[in-house]
Structures are given as C-alpha cells and as structure tokens.
Design a protein around this ligand. Structure first.
Ligand code: AMP
Length: 452
C-alpha cells in the first residue's frame, strides 16, 4: 500500500489527490486506509505533520455515499477552532469533484446563529470543538442519531484542555453502533481509557514511537541563565535571516509572549498570538506569518496547537515546556513534507529537569551549543524570576518553570537590578495593542474557572 494506486479510491477522490500534488501516501496513510475503510475501530498514534488528517479523511470520504438526508453521518471532534478550520479545509480540498456537505462549528465569536442555520440546512460531515458542538446538540439544532463514524482528533490535547466531560456528554447522543477513530500525537492513559470504555477491538497503529521526533528536524540546545539573556541570544540568532526565514517561537506564558515582542529587535517582522488576543487578531497574525509578511511568530503552546503552516525553518523553544510531549508538538511544526527543519531549545538551570524529561522521552540527547561570545549575559531578572507565587490569571504559567517556586534565582536576585514596573508595563502593552487584554476566550475562561 505504498502507492495511492494500491488504494481502492473513487476517481473523483483520486483526481483531487492528483490536484493536491500528493505523490504517495505517508506511512500513517498506508497503515490506516484499509483498516478504517473496513469499518474497524482505529487508534492512530501520529504527530501533526505526518499526514494524519488525510489518513482518516480518505477512507471516510471514500465510504461516504451521496445522500440528501439532513442529519450528519460523520462527526469529527477537534480540540481547537484552528484545527477544525484546517480539517474542514482538507475535506474541501479532497472533495471538489464530489458532493459532500461539511460544516465546521466552534466557539469564540458570535457565530452560533449562523452555525445553527447551516446545521439546519443539512450536512454530511460536522467538524467541531466539543463545547460548541454540545451547545448545538442541547439547543436541539444538531441531531447525532445518524452518526456512523466518530473521529476524535488530537485526543491528548482534548485531555489537556479538560474536555473529558464534554466528550462523554456527546457520546451519550451518538448511536452505540458506530465506528470510532482516534488520533493522538502521544499515547496517554486517556487514550487507553477511551479504548477500554468505548472502542471495540480497536486496531492500533503507531507511526514513530510515542515521543520520537521526525528525522527531518535537527535539534540543538543552549544553556542560558535568564529571560533577558535568552532575549539577547534570540536577537543574535534572528539576525541570520537566511537560515531563520520562518521562525515559530514558543513561550510559556502570555506575559512572556508580550514582553518578548517588546524586547526583540525585529518588531516589523513579528506577530504574536496567545489566548488573550481576539480571534480576529490571531487569524490575521497566523495569515501574516503564513504568507511571509511576518518572518517571526511568537506563540504559547495552547494557542499554537492547531497551526498548520508549511515550510517553517526554525522552531525556537524560548521556554522549556513543562510537559515533554509539548516539545514534540512544538518541533513537529517544522521539518514537514520532506523539508529540513531546525529546533532550538533555550533552558535555564531551573529548566534542566524539564530538558532532561524531554530527552528521556525522545531517548535522545540534544546537542548542546555554546553561548556565542557576542551575546551579552544579563543579570537583570523579570518579576516572575524573582516573585515565586503562581498568578491564577495567567493560565499558561503552570507550564513555566518560573511559576513552580524553584529557588534557583533567589541568590542572584539579591544582587541584581530587578524590574518592578509591572503595572506600567501592563499599561504599555495595553497602549500598544489598543485594546483590553483580559477578554480571553470561553475555553480559557472555563479552564481558569475549573482550576480555581
Ligand atoms: P497533518 O499531519 O494532517 O497535519 O498533515 C500535514 C501536512 O501534510 C498537510 O499540509 C497535508 O496537506 C500534507 N499531506 C498529507 N498527506 C500528504 C501526502 N500523501 N503527500 C504530501 N503531503 C501530504
């Protein structure tokens, strides 16, 4: 099955694949096609960038017969609106020669009435985030009694977003007799739980062992003492515009994202996205990054999960992620579709255990680079590097080593000039973006509420 010719696919679908320029199926597509087409429950452990979306869409669309029935027959659940939009796009790209009705439903903006009308028109495939989907079910607009196939994409992210209850609620409305298809970048106990509770003799296929990064990504690490030195190093690295021509920078928190934006030398080339930015702003920033107007995108893990952008040259982990799996997610944004990518990780002494966990997961020691001499070592500390309390309003902060009360910086803090102008900094940021930064979106607000 290492050729699309070996797949039993209808002509219209084949022509769409030719239009897309796909020459041969990716490994996950090779192992999943006939199993999913055969109707068995399926669990795919595959990272973003492996072609996992097409892996489940191809057999589903192949099996979908024309119908003008009102209620959808396929339900695809995804954790973020960005991923929902991407899945809908991929379905549209696969079906220009077929009559398939597809609708993406997600929250965050005032579009529920439009979505209700679209659902009422009748759909074959609904792709949605769990909360909005459940709202539409409760509003009696969306009927799930005709669902024959259920896909849950990025199961590990679903768990991370606290969607367990929503998923269980939705399951109540779907016929028990259905085909279940799960995809997750990493194997987690939640995938196991779902397999035990809902799946019938599932076929499980793993593409690259859980946590193993793609081979097309070169990796390196820098040991850096603190935030401001990390910023100096980043400014130095970003000067090489040829090597780092499309750079995705991951930070642990919204505060870090905004502060870094302020401090980097390449203001006109940078976009920032995090959960306090309005959806409109996020979409615009992603578009600018995608079409090359911005060379650099600063993002938090949660918000960057659904980003599917080709040809990212470099992924920089400015903060070492708290969950080692997130590192795998991060670097999976580069080295895609046959291109070579590079990943650069910065870590402070406090972040050493996090770096060790990543290397343990990958069973790979990332080559260490010396801090270039031209990079100035700063002794200044950020408020978070000094203050040890967790700010409950900062939802991403649990991901940062700063927030976990380590004492690494205590000694040096005494001898250092400390930035204390937090309030004035917030005002500056507000002025810069010309809009309040505290709106958040529904998911994040709910997450925060649950945490309290
Ligand atoms: P995914 O892992 O689903 O996020 O897909 C990553 C990217 O790979 C998407 O942009 C797809 O369009 C692309 N892709 C999927 N299947 C193939 C294929 N067989 N050949 C080349 N590119 C592909």
């Amino acid at each position: 099955m290492n050729n699309f010719e070996d797949f039993k696919i209808k002509k219209q679908l084949k022509n769409a694949i030719v239009d897309l320029g796909f020459e041969k199926p990716t490994p996950i597509q090779q192992v999943s096609y006939s199993t999913i087409l055969g109707g068995a429950d399926f669990v795919g452990i595959a990272q973003t960038g492996t072609g996992k979306t097409i892996a489940y869409l191809l057999p589903i669309i192949q099996d979908l017969k024309f119908s003008d029935q009102k209620h959808p027959r396929v339900l695809i659940l995804a954790p973020t609106r960005e991923l929902v939009i991407q899945i809908v796009e991929q379905i549209e790209l696969l079906t220009p020669y077929l009559s398939v009705r597809v609708l993406g439903v997600y929250g965050g903006s005032n579009n529920i009435d439009r979505q209700k009308r679209a659902v009422a028109e009748g759909q074959d495939i609904i792709v949605g985030t769990p909360r909005r989907l459940y709202d539409l079910v409760l509003a009696n607009v969306l009927r799930l009694k005709s669902i024959k196939k259920l896909v849950i994409d990025e199961v590990d992210v679903m768990l991370d977003f606290g969607y367990k209850t929503q998923l269980r609620n939705i399951f109540e409305y779907i016929p028990v007799k259905r085909q279940n298809i799960l995809f997750s970048a990493t194997m987690t106990t939640y995938v196991d739980e779902l397999m035990d509770d809902f799946l019938v003799n599932p076929v499980k296929k793993t593409i690259s062992i859980s946590g193993t990064p793609l081979e097309s990504i070169s990796q390196e690490v820098y040991a850096v003492p603190n935030f401001y030195t990390k910023t100096n190093l980043l400014n130095h690295l970003l000067e090489d515009k040829e090597t780092h021509n499309k750079v995705l920078i991951f930070v642990a928190s919204k505060i870090h994202a905004d502060r870094l934006f302020e401090l980097l030398n390449f203001e006109s080339e940078i976009s920032v996205i995090h959960s306090s930015k309005e959806q409109n702003h996020r979409t615009k920033s992603i578009d600018k990054f995608e079409n090359g107007k911005s060379r650099i995108l600063i993002a938090t893990d949660v918000i960057a999960r659904g980003i599917d952008i080709e040809k990212i040259s470099t992924v920089i982990s400015f903060d070492t992620p708290f969950y080692p799996e997130n590192y795998i997610h991060r670097i999976g944004r580069t080295g895609r579709a046959g291109h070579q990518g590079s990943s650069i990780l910065f870590y402070t002494e406090k972040e050493i255990p996090l770096k060790d966990a990543i290397e343990g997961l990958m069973k790979y020691t990332i080559p260490q680079k010396e801090l270039p001499e031209v990079v100035e070592i700063s002794t200044e500390l950020t408020p978070e590097e000094v203050v040890k309390t967790i700010n409950p309003d900062e939802e991403d902060d649990k991901n940062s080593a700063d927030a976990r009360g380590d004492s690494f910086h205590k000694k040096s803090a005494k001898n250092s000039k400390v930035r204390t102008e937090v309030k004035s900094y917030e005002r500056k940021i507000k002025r810069k973006y010309k809009k309040p930064q505290k709106r958040g979106d529904k998911i994040q607000n709910k997450k925060r509420k649950n945490k309290r």
